[in-house]
Design a protein around this ligand. Structure first.
Ligand SMILES: NC(=O)c1ccc[n+]([C@@H]2O[C@H](COP(=O)([O-])OP(=O)(O)OC[C@H]3O[C@@H](n4cnc5c(N)ncnc54)[C@H](O)[C@@H]3O)[C@@H](O)[C@H]2O)c1
Length: 405
């Protein structure tokens, strides 16, 4: 039986720990946030959609051990880093949490272990940032591999099992050991020649989305000025059976991936002397959307938002999850408030934000905005009352109101 430790028990590390334990490994789920660990032990999991009975069984049989005690890592044959890699206040990669986590592992792991990095970062992170942290143990049998996570929280079609995993070790033994580990709970593995390719592929996937979302947001702005429907245009363009893939406009991008990962690629490019023009422009385009849309809403409400009551349905960055990191809904709230509106919000997954509670959907408002249409939201209050509503969501489900973007 392989002993595994997963460092970080969040959106990525927790489901990984559960899948690895179900596959027959004994798994230590280490997190340095005590409240995260106590939440998990009390049945409050970082993500929904996993089989809670299986998790209880794994906890009961010690196949999955959530802990904030790093010494429990010491027995592990495989240790996976799954900690946040955000941006700093200058918009550059902040790898300090990854470095902290690697230091914790280095101080506690045995001399023969495979260290895998799943945290998203720029090409060269495994070789030049993570590995050197283990310098006191190098020369022993430590192995290193990169296996970037591609999870899409809330996605019921594509999960850990059926989303192919890209893997590369710093040497062949590391690659083979990582492949053996992931093959137990992932149907398809793609091996790259070196970790830098796996790291770059992860960044490029999300950059592809970021740039295409920016492009369609720009189309929405163009359509608004010229006077045609973006959605009808996308529907028409989508009839082309080749060479086109639809993206839909929105108030911007959110979460821990699309607004952040491309900046890791841009940073990496610019540090090496290459340009990242598309990435930087796409960032600016997406970041500008909440302000542009607030102005468009102002025009829609007769050019004046002062004192207008606006309610937003869904402030998480995407449907059916509670994550509000980088959510553009929060910027839209700020922009509408700055224009004089009184903004409330309803989100069944987010109970509190900025000392404000989620409010029930109500019809005592001047305008309802659909931003993140969680499937739990019951829009009947707005429908029955004939409330004025704009659908700003990128979601293609039609809620009965015309798309505004
Ligand atoms: N959330 C996603 O959709 C997603 C998808 C693919 C990849 N990723 C990448 O996976 C990585 C993790 O993201 P996440 O969404 O799981 O973050 P998260 O914030 O949900 O969870 C990370 C956990 O790591 C813990 N942590 C931080 N520093 C630590 C340390 N030094 N030691 C132990 N625990 C520590 C935090 O307390 C937290 O519980 C990031 O690099 C992210 O870009 C995220």
């Amino acid at each position: 039986m392989i002993k595994v430790s997963i460092i970080g028990q969040g959106y990525v590390g927790f489901p990984l720990a559960i899948h690895a334990a179900i596959a027959g490994n004994t798994v230590v789920g280490y997190d340095n946030d005590k409240s995260k660990i106590s939440d998990i032990t009390q049945g409050r999991y970082p993500i929904s959609g996993l089989d809670t009975n299986s998790i209880s069984l794994l906890l009961g049989s010690n196949m999955y051990i959530p802990t904030y005690d790093p010494t429990l890592i010491s027995e592990s044959d495989i240790i996976v880093l799954a900690v946040p890699t955000p941006l700093d206040s200058n918009g550059n990669p902040d790898t300090s949490l990854l470095e902290d986590a690697a230091r914790t592992v280095s101080n506690n792991c045995k001399l023969t272990a495979l260290i895998i990095n799943e945290s998203t970062s720029y090409p060269g992170t495994l070789r030049n940032l993570v590995k050197p942290i283990f310098k006191s143990k190098l020369g022993h049998k430590l192995l290193f591999a990169s296996a970037p996570e591609r999870i899409d929280p809330g996605n019921t079609k594509w999960g850990m099992k059926n989303t192919p995993r890209v893997i590369a070790g710093l040497d062949d033994i590391a690659t083979q050991m990582a492949v053996k580990f992931y093959s137990k709970f992932c149907n398809k593995i793609h091996i790259t020649s070196k970790p830098e390719v796996a790291e770059a592929a992860k960044l490029f996937e999300n950059t592809y989305r970021q740039v295409n979302i920016a492009l369609v947001n720009e189309l929405s702005n163009i359509a608004d000025v010229i006077g045609f429907s973006t959605h009808e245009t996308i529907t028409a363009a989508s009839t082309k059976p080749f060479g086109f893939m639809p993206f839909y406009p929105s108030i911007g991008v959110g979460g821990h991936c699309i607004p952040i990962d491309p900046s890791y690629l841009a940073f990496s490019a610019e540090s090496a002397g290459a340009e990242a023009k598309f990435i930087n422009l796409a960032n600016l385009t997406n970041l500008a959307m909440p302000k542009i849309i607030a102005e468009r809403i102002k025009i829609f409400l007769d050019g004046n938002l002062i004192g207008k009551k606006i309610q937003i349905a869904g402030i998480a960055y995407k449907p059916n999850i509670s994550d509000i990191r980088e959510s553009p809904a929060l910027d839209l709230i700020k922009e509408l408030t700055a224009l004089g509106a009184s903004v409330s919000w309803h989100d069944p997954f987010v109970t509190k934000y900025n000392d404000q509670q989620s409010s029930e959907l109500n019809s005592e408002i001047d305008l309802g905005l659909i931003v993140t249409p969680h499937s739990q939201i019951d829009f009947s209050v707005w429908k029955v009352s004939g409330t004025k509503v704009l659908d700003l969501s990128a979601n293609i489900i039609n809620f009965g109101w015309p798309k505004f973007l």
